[in-house]
Design a protein around this ligand. Structure first.
Ligand code: ATP
Length: 372
């Protein structure tokens, strides 16, 4: 089931204002044809508005939207080859599953409606439910039917608006893998809106992190995670320990920094030209409990103030001499453990840290709601 050639989805200077309020602010985005793209951000950042403008349900106040060479900014929603899958599956309850999937094809009098609908149902592994009614299927199955119904139209772009939001955690995880498999199989462009960073990272080739109607950073999941360019991305995508560091010298590949009187090292490439201070960022799983000799590692002393066992890992909070608490996540792989109140040393490879502009708010992006 190959997609018809269409083209990249391109947003140029797309802005949406509601009276004095700017929901989406001069967005420039190119979403390559056939990619799985996620728009990620906290509630109210403008991702749904962006999606609705691509769908044609909302008109940009400024800017243009195009697919390939076609400018679709002023094209009516039903004339765009764009389909949306919403969180509430919106299946027709009185039609059976096959007729639900075939609905659009039959309206367009597609002579091959049956074969195409069966193939789409096959793709979501639900061919055996063709004769059932939506009410007889589970939530996850209904969502797969909604997906089949959208895919069968071979849209240039398939928009997914928090499509897994109504499912429980386990089913969500299964569906994430399933959705990714389906996208790879059909090769259509998927644009997925979510506020769940883990969901975005699991599925998308490219993630655009949005904040306050603007783009914070666009990149593949690993780059966003390992090399965030703002404190917002560092905190919103996973967790980060941010330490205020003062630059004291440069030696070979390393920059020498002072963190509350303790000398540490950072990769020189991480320090912007001319900076005299940075936020030194280190992810919780890059920290480890160290003893004895630690050549080449950065080491900080501290006291364990919390230990939480989560099954695969143990999360520690460790208070630094200057009062800040750092988070350390240790896989439960048999390595040495520490107890509450114990004095420990945290170590990490200098190359595993990143640095950020010290003028940024260290707590930006921290207050997003946790997804259950
Ligand atoms: P959520 O995850 O909660 O859906 P979101 O990132 O999708 O959030 P949008 O729905 O795009 O955010 O909304 C962005 C901002 O625009 C919000 O502050 C919202 O209140 C505002 N907004 C959206 N639609 C309208 C409207 N019709 N009139 C006025 N303000 C609106």
């Amino acid at each position: 089931m190959d997609a018809q050639p269409s083209g990249d989805l391109r947003l140029e200077g797309v802005t949406r204002t509601y009276e004095a309020f700017t929901a989406v602010d001069h967005l420039d985005l190119t979403i390559p044809r056939g990619s799985f793209f996620a728009l990620l951000g906290p509630s109210g950042c403008g991702k749904t508005t962006t999606l609705r403008m691509v769908a044609g349900l909302e008109q940009p106040s400024e800017g243009t939207i195009s697919i390939g060479a076609r400018d679709i900014t002023d094209t009516k929603a039903y004339q765009r080859n764009v389909n949306t899958v919403f969180q509430n599956y919106a299946l027709f309850p009185h039609l059976n599953i096959l007729d639900n999937v075939a609905f659009g094809l039959r309206r367009r009098r597609d002579g091959e409606w049956k074969a195409k609908a069966v193939a789409a149902l096959d793709l979501v592994e639900l061919a055996h439910t063709a004769g059932k009614k939506p009410g007889q299927l589970s939530g996850g199955m209904q969502q797969r039917v909604a997906l089949a119904r959208a895919i069968v139209n071979r849209p240039d772009v398939l928009l997914l608006d928090e499509p897994l939001g109504a499912l429980d955690l386990k089913l969500r995880r299964q569906m994430q893998i399933e959705l990714k498999r389906i996208q790879q199989e059909v090769g259509l462009t998927f644009v997925h809106v979510t506020h769940d960073q883990e969901e975005a990272m699991t599925m998308a080739d490219t993630i655009a992190v949005m904040n306050g109607g603007r783009l914070e950073q666009v990149g593949d999941p690993a780059t966003l995670y390992e090399r965030p360019r703002s404190t917002f991305v560092a905190n919103f995508l996973g967790q980060s320990n941010l330490l205020r560091a003062r630059l004291t010298g440069l030696r070979g590949d390393h920059a020498e920094v002072d963190v509350h009187g303790i000398p540490l090292r950072l990769s020189r490439a991480q320090v912007p030209e001319g900076a005299d201070g940075v936020w030194l960022g280190i992810r919780p799983e890059k920290l480890r409990l160290v003893g004895g000799d630690t050549p080449g590692l950065n080491v900080l002393p501290g006291e364990v103030t919390d230990v939480s066992f989560t099954g695969v890992a143990t999360h520690y909070l460790v208070r630094m001499p200057w009062g800040q608490e750092l988070t350390l996540v240790q896989q439960n792989d048999g390595s040495a453990r520490a107890g509450l109140g114990e004095t420990v040393r945290l170590g990490w490879e200098p190359s595993q840290a990143f640095s950020l502009d010290v003028a940024q708010d260290a707590h930006a992006g921290e207050d997003h709601e946790e997804v259950v």
